[in-house]
Unconditional design. Sequence first.
Length: 240
Amino acid sequence: MAGGVKLEVLEDADALARRAADLIGDAVRANPALSVLVATGHTPMATYAELARRGLDASGVTAVQLDEYLGVGEDDPRSLWGWMRRAFVEPLGVGKVVRLGGGIFDPDTACRRYGAEVSALGGIDLAVLGLGPNGHLGFNEPPCGRGAPTRVVTLTPESLASNAGYWEGRAVPRRALTAGMDVILSARQILLLVSGEHKRGVLARTLREPPTPGVPASWLQGTGATVLADRAAWPGTAPA
Ligand code: PGA
């Protein structure tokens, strides 16, 4: 185990989704009023679909948005809120949401409102995260300290390139809002989902190198986070 991180290696992306759904389902059944930080991106989609297939009752859950592009309207297909709503909130019948941005024009006001709403929840019970090709969590782009707050960020060329694939040629907004590393790292349970050979290098750096601002996800070391990786992303067997 690297620095207190629990690594589980699953045979493939389907097995990873089933295992992630087991863990999220267990957490919701143990605490039906769970607050969950919800990643978008491709990796968690099979997990959310699996939870919906299992008929998980998430009516008491509060889903907390992880990140959002700046200057993108709610009806724009690039909106991460729209993606989260379609993939997680609606299929699972989630009762309550905390938005990041959400129609607030001024980004600083949006970040303050978000911080107040997360505090009112008593923090995050479960953070479900993906791993960016540049080591980001949410849009905490490198370099990023472990105490980085919720804020506006300028996306790195690597994130712009990787996100361009989601939107079929539409321009990717260059700036975004992200939940801070402080919010993510203080979650009581953290689940990082990593799938695919293209994540192999960044996952090795995340788990094996000393924590560094150059790989924001490396701050997960020492948090007791659970990392679920498929064999394509982690060809060896655990531990890291
Ligand atoms: P992905 O995105 O799940 O689509 O690979 C992860 C991320 O960029 O955070």
